[in-house]
Each structure stands twice: as C-alpha cells, then as structure tokens.
Write a protein that binds this ligand. Structure first.
Ligand code: GTP
Length: 421
C-alpha cells in the first residue's frame, strides 16, 4: 500500500500568483478546467496501490477547500484529508509533524508532490523504477532536463548514469552544476522520517530560520536539509521523466500549464475536448468548454483555451491561449489573447484584451519559463499575459495590453503595460 502527500503551501505562498490567489487558494485555481491539485490527485488514482491522499498546508480550512475535497473524493472514490500545519513548516517539516497520520496503516512508501508542479506524472513508471532499485532504504526523486541557464532556478542533481544514484544535490546553485533538475515529486520510504527527525532535533538547539526570522524552529526543507546531505549515501535515486514538466508560479505559467494539460487530455480524456460540430463555435486545437458555459456558435476558440462554468461568450468573439474563469462574460466581437479573465468579469463589445506569453517556444514540451519576475532588471514591467481580476469591467471598444488589473475595477480608458490597483 502507498499513500500520497500533496504540499499545498499557505496564504503567504503563491504571491507571484496575485491577484488570482486573492480570491481562492492557489492550489484550487482551475487550469484546463480543474483545480491545479486535481491533476495530481487524478494521477495518484491511476496507481492502484495508492489508498489515501493527504493535503498538507497552512491555509485555514475553507468552504472552497472542503467542497473540493468532498467532490474529488467522491469522484475518484479515494480517501482525501487536509492536515493543517500551525505555521509554515517547510516542505519536509509538515510531513514530519504529521508522520503518524502518514504512516498509519503501514504504507510501504508514499509519494510527495509540490502542489505547484504541472506534469504528466508518470507515477506507475516511477514506482516500477523505485521497486527495482537495490534492496534497502531508498528514496526516488522525479527529475527533468533544463537548459544550463534555467537549471540555476531549480534544485540540481548529479547522478551516477549507471545506477541513477544521486551523487550531489544543490538547490538553486550560483553556477552551473547539472541540467538535471528536481521535479518536485518524490517516492519515499518511511525511513525518511528518521532522517527528518535528526534534522528536527538539531534545529531545536539552534537559533535559525528557513527564509525569515518568523519561521518556526520546526521548519525543515527537503531540498537543502534532507536531499543535500542524503546525496552520495547510496539511498537517493533519480527517475528522469521524458514527459512534460513545468511549475505554476506566476499567472503567466498558468497559461502555459493550461496548454500542457489540455494536450494531455488527448491521451487521457479526449471526450472532454471540444469538437467542431454544426451549430457549435469554431474550435481550433485544444479547447475545454465547461458544460454549463454558453458560447455563441459564431465565436472562434483556440488553440489552448479553457472556458469555465457559467461563462457567456457572445457573437463573433475570438479567444486564443487564455483561461476564462467561471462567470465571465465576453460581449460580441471582443478578442481575448494570452490572458486570464477573472471570475464574473465583463469584457465589452469590440474590446481587445491581450498579453504576451512568457514561454520561449510553444512547441517545446521541456520548455521552462526563464523568468517569472514581474519586473525586469531596468525596473520595467516584464511583458506579461494580461490578467483581469475578479469582477473587472472592461467597457466596449477598449484595449487592455500586457496589464494586470486588480479585482473590482471598472476601466474607463485603454491600458498598456500597467498594473492597475
Ligand atoms: P520558489 O522558486 O522560491 O517558489 O521555490 P520552490 O519552487 O522550491 O518552491 P517552494 O519550496 O517554496 O514550494 C514548493 C511547494 O511546496 C509549493 O507547492 C508550496 O506551496 C509548498 N510549500 C512550500 N513551503 C511549504 C510549507 O511550509 N508547508 C507546506 N505544507 N507546503 C509548502
């Protein structure tokens, strides 16, 4: 029996995702029609040995989170529970705090996921790889390839190419170490808690912080505190995926993840992708339309568009590379490109809402986003996708270009390269 733990962070995390994370916890933000962590859960349910999924985070329990857990466990017929840390305990500290709950029922091991990873999650292959490792205590990290430049933003691993043992692990190195990067998905044996426990004991005697003085002493990070010392000891291994992998940090990366997950539906759920049919809107490439959305047949959607619940799309509307969140209204002949339109926002007739995608090569499934920074080195706003927060009103015949509009704004003019508070 296996279990799975998804690290969902808390309110102070996901700041690069604002303003969208002001409305609901980032892990519940819908990408390709479903909350970010729904994709992790669905992947776990394809591994028959996984019997329970634990979400660990420091969000206050909320109606949205409870509802998500209830509907998802009903859908997949698996036990899902939320365990709340009293504060941010780091990527390994929360697991250690709840070790009794994770180990109850004696699982042979458990998957751990960073909640903001976007991946095709080859968990069965990873489990087979893990089982075939030499006997003894073992830990497997899912990894992917990055360019030399991208690798500096991630955890970098040096492996023994024959045994796949991790010989060296450096988190976000200053200079190039390896193009094999930590994919934020692990398969761990229960003995990991002895390791984390030793770090926990050491920390009790020290005055230190993870990333700020307010961090708890119990804060432990997998990357620096566990994997770095574990590398080269004969128990840490790397499973390299050839599939797609990305992270959802900024809203821009959500557009990229939307494209990746829609592409995955071809393999897993072709039935939920929209088709070109008589009396229906024109569909180009991968498009997901919620069954309760109302789309005029003269609209053209795609590629890579997600239309949420109760979205209304008028005549002649054009949408490409965008996420339309539940309740949004697009009036006749407006055009939405590389943008996220917030919950219950309205875009007037003949208006244009447009952003610039941040990924360099739309056809490269290994492409990572080089920079999620809001501002470039000159202090200027990086060209970004356009985001309309919740309840934003864009009047008729208006242009909004590369801008971020905070919730509840009613625009009077056109905007370009602005953050509108
Ligand atoms: P950044 O680039 O700085 O964001 O680093 P990172 O990609 O390594 O991310 P980070 O380690 O901050 O978080 C990885 C995942 O773990 C994210 O999904 C976070 O929400 C989650 N996470 C981070 N810290 C905590 C924590 O203290 N508790 C829990 N439960 N989850 C956390």
């Amino acid at each position: 029996m296996l279990k799975a733990v998804i690290l969902i962070g808390g309110p102070q995390k996901g700041t690069r995702f604002r303003p969208l994370s002001l409305e609901l916890p980032k892990p519940l933000f819908p990408v390709a029609g479903f909350p970010i962590i729904y994709h992790h859960i669905e992947a776990c349910c394809m591994v028959s040995e996984v019997k329970e999924i634990l979400l660990i985070g420091f969000y206050q329990p909320s109606e949205a989170l409870n509802r998500f857990i209830q509907t998802t466990q009903q859908k997949f017929k698996i036990n899902i529970r939320y365990l709340q840390e009293y504060t941010s305990l780091g990527t390994a500290g929360g697991l250690y705090h709840f070790r009794d709950q994770i180990l109850s029922g004696n699982p042979e091991g458990f998957f751990v996921f960073n909640g903001d990873v976007c991946c095709d999650f080859p968990l069965n292959d990873m489990y087979t790889f893990h089982k075939n490792l030499p006997n003894g205590t073992k830990y497997t990290i899912l990894a992917t390839e990055a360019t030399r430049k991208q690798s500096l933003n991630y955890g970098c691993l040096v492996e023994n190419p024959e045994t796949h043992e991790v010989l060296h692990y450096v988190e976000k190195p200053q200079t190039f170490v390896s193009s094999i990067i930590n994919g934020g998905v692990y398969l761990l044996s229960p003995e990991i808690f002895d390791r984390i426990g030793r770090v926990f004991q050491l920390n009790q005697n020290e005055i230190f912080s993870c990333d700020s003085f307010t961090q708890a002493k119990d804060c432990i990070r997998f990357e620096q505190d566990i994997f770095t010392p574990l590398a080269g000891t004969g128990s840490l291994f790397v499973f390299k995926t050839q599939g797609f992998w990305s992270q959802i940090k900024s809203a821009g990366s959500a557009i990229y993840a939307n494209r990746l997950y829609l592409g995955l539906y071809h393999r897993n759920h072709p039935e939920i992708l929209a088709l070109n049919e008589d009396g229906k809107p024109k569909i180009i490439g991968d498009v997901y339309i919620h069954p309760k959305a109302n789309v005029d047949p003269s609209a053209t959607l795609g590629p890579n568009v997600t239309v949420g619940e109760n979205v209304t799309i008028g005549a002649g509307v054009r949408v490409r590379e965008s996420i339309l969140l539940p309740g949004a209204t697009l009036q006749d002949h407006c055009c939405i490109l590389n943008s996220i339109v917030g919950w219950n926002s309205l875009v007037g007739a003949w208006s244009r809402v447009e952003g610039t995608p941040s990924d360099p090569n739309p056809n490269d499934k290994h492409a990572k986003i080089d920079s999620d920074a809001l501002f470039n080195s000159d202090g200027r706003l990086n060209p970004s996708i356009t985001i309309l927060g919740q309840h934003v009103i864009v009047p008729d015949e208006t242009i909004v270009l590369n801008s971020i509009i905070m919730p509840h704004k009613e625009l009077g003019l056109s905007y370009k390269n602005e953050i509108l508070l």
